[in-house]
Design a protein around this ligand. Structure first.
Ligand SMILES: [Zn+2]
Length: 99
């Protein structure tokens, strides 16, 4: 298993994709973190942000308004979302266009 990648089963609250792994994004010098309640994750399938919540169905919930504001203000979050849009998001758009 790669460093920073852990088995962690969740279901995206937006697209319903079942995920089996989670990887952490940390600053240089920081230890990879295990997913925990309140942590933010990006669904690699649909590109939506979700919040880990052990009491939510599938272990994830949609962010509330305050969390969306926090996400919008964080340059790291914008960079991750941009990277997703320029890689996986393009592949997803192409597959949709080919249908
Ligand atoms: Zn999703």
């Amino acid at each position: 298993m790669k460093e920073g990648v852990t088995e962690f089963k969740t279901t995206c609250p937006f697209c319903g994709t079942a995920h089996e792994l989670a990887s952490s994004v940390v600053e240089p010098g920081e230890e990879p973190a295990l997913p925990g309640d309140g942590h933010v994750t990006l669904c690699v399938r649909c590109g939506e942000w979700a919040i880990y919540a052990s009491d939510a169905p599938g272990g994830l919930r949609k962010p509330n308004d305050e969390e969306y504001s926090m996400l919008a203000d964080d340059p790291r979050v914008r960079a991750i979302r941009k990277a997703w849009a320029e890689t996986i998001g393009r592949v997803t758009e192409k597959k949709v266009a080919e249908r």
